[in-house]
Design a binder for this molecule. Structure first.
Ligand SMILES: Cc1cc2nc3c(=O)[nH]c(=O)nc-3n(C[C@H](O)[C@H](O)[C@H](O)COP(=O)(O)OP(=O)(O)OC[C@H]3O[C@@H](n4cnc5c(N)ncnc54)[C@H](O)[C@@H]3O)c2cc1C
Length: 413
């Protein structure tokens, strides 16, 4: 947990490090940015999971990349280097951004690269891209790139996460079947390595560092800049929910939808996900017109679990994709008439979880334990997973499940 996770035993008190009985002072530029105030320590000892609690010795608040290098160099100069963990928004669920008895680097204090959208004049061999500080949130990246009519291609469902944080994991959402996860959508990175060097890396340059850090759980370096490819931004989306009572039909249709993209079918969806509607409170029906709440509730009560395909077709203001959406759903085997559609702006769609966040915060249900699990299940076992877990455990044992999402991605992405 935390970068350089071989946590060494050490005695380390704020700016004085005792080694073999000799007090050792941290350099001034470091000590002035180390904080032990109770608020900072308490914040760095917790995360979105509210399951693991580990208190660091101090929180480091860098104002420059040079500060991060100085901290790492200082640690390396000691006989027993201390554990260092970069922390973005701490939306991890099991203490991944914590450093027991080490130093947590509060990346949000760093305002390094910020967000720079390169002029997209068709001349760059890289195409359109943005250079983004590792501490920036994806919601800010969205706002900034939209000003130029551009957008990153691959997202997470929730956008108040940092670029460094999701690139240290994977960054998966309903666009991953088309473009791959966010870690497959990076042209270049700047890193401060475990040796304190500032390194620029890509698929062509310093490749070992590049592929170690992407999905590297913060163990191989601190991401200070990422170059993210951009494409033209749509303005609006058709956002559909299709309800199924049969898991086999649900999976077959999801697979059919993502295969349309492989065949370069112009009707293909731009986003495909799926989720469970469980017969347990609270039944969230906010997507659906109130006049349908009663019949959806009856359906869920009858079957115990309803499976929802969530799909989206992007479009520009002046070109409603009515025929494409009709082609997209015409062969799908959802429960007849249980097809629901919204028409919203691209931004509203991408930032959809924020509304849920505000609602849950207002009910005191955001800062609660989140024992979340994300797993890849091979296609050959997904029906067993439904029988054994969704029906066998959640339904039969009536276990309160919270949000359950299930959707396919292509291995080649
Ligand atoms: C409501 C919600 C919805 C989510 N939805 C999705 C989703 O749809 N898809 C998805 O893929 N994930 C999703 N996640 C998970 C999320 O992507 C990860 O938890 C991610 O790590 C969060 O980013 P963060 O900035 O909070 O990172 P943190 O939790 O702060 O850090 C995560 C890891 O990255 C390291 N790290 C942080 N910054 C840097 C950096 N600059 N350089 C190197 N290492 C760094 C940390 O040390 C830690 O190991 C969701 C999380 C929440 C809370």
């Amino acid at each position: 947990m935390g970068m350089f996770s071989k946590a060494m035993s050490m005695v380390w008190v704020l700016i004085i490090v005792c080694t073999q009985g000799q007090p050792l002072k941290a350099p001034k530029e470091i000590s002035s940015k180390l904080s032990r105030n109770p608020q900072s320590l308490s914040l760095a000892s917790s995360d979105y999971g509210h399951i693991v609690h580990e208190t660091p010795l101090a929180v480091f608040e860098p104002s420059s990349i040079g500060d991060i290098r100085a901290l790492i160099n200082f640690s390396n100069s000691l006989p027993n280097p201390f554990t260092i963990a970069p922390r973005g928004q701490a939306h991890s669920v099991l203490g991944q951004a914590m450093a027991q008895n080490g130093v947590v680097v509060n990346m949000t204090k760093l305002n390094g690269t910020r967000i720079f959208v390169a002029p997209c004049d068709g001349k760059s061999p890289l195409g359109c891209y943005a250079d983004v500080g590792g501490e920036q949130t994806w919601v800010d990246v969205l706002h900034e790139t939209l000003k130029s009519g551009l957008t990153p291609l691959s997202w997470t469902d929730y956008l108040y996460l940092t670029v460094g944080g999701t690139l240290s994991n994977a960054g998966i959402s309903g666009q991953a079947f088309r473009f791959g996860p966010q870690i497959s959508n990076v042209l270049e990175l700047d890193l401060v390595t475990g040796k304190g060097d500032l390194v620029t890396c890509s698929a062509e340059k310093n490749t070992e560092a590049f592929y170690a850090v992407l999905g590297g759980l913060g163990q191989f370096g601190v991401i200070t800049r990422a170059r993210i490819p951009l494409g033209p931004a749509p303005t609006r989306v058709k956002w559909l929910h299709l309800l199924y009572n049969d898991f086999t039909a649900f999976c077959r249709d999801q697979e059919h939808l993502i295969s349309m993209n492989e065949r370069n079918d112009s009707n293909a969806a731009d986003y495909v996900e799926g989720m469970l509607l469980l017969n347990q409170p609270p039944l969230d029906l906010s997507f659906y017109p109130p006049s349908y709440h009663q019949c959806i509730t009856s359906l869920v009560t009858q079957y115990g679990i309803i499976y929802i395909i969530e799909l989206v077709k992007y479009y520009a203001n002046n070109s409603q994709p009515i025929q494409q959406v009709a082609n997209l759903v015409k062969e799908l085997k959802f429960v007849p008439n249980f097809r629901f559609e919204k028409d919203v702006s691209y931004e509203e769609f991408l930032n959809r979880v924020h509304g849920e966040e505000l609602y849950l915060r207002s009910k005191g249900l955001w800062e609660v334990p989140h024992p979340w699990l994300n797993i890849f299940v091979p296609r050959s076992r997904i029906l067993d997973f439904n029988e054994g877990v969704f029906k066998g455990i959640i339904l039969k044992q009536n276990i309160t499940a919270g949000l359950v999402k299930v959707y396919p991605v292509n291995r080649n992405k």
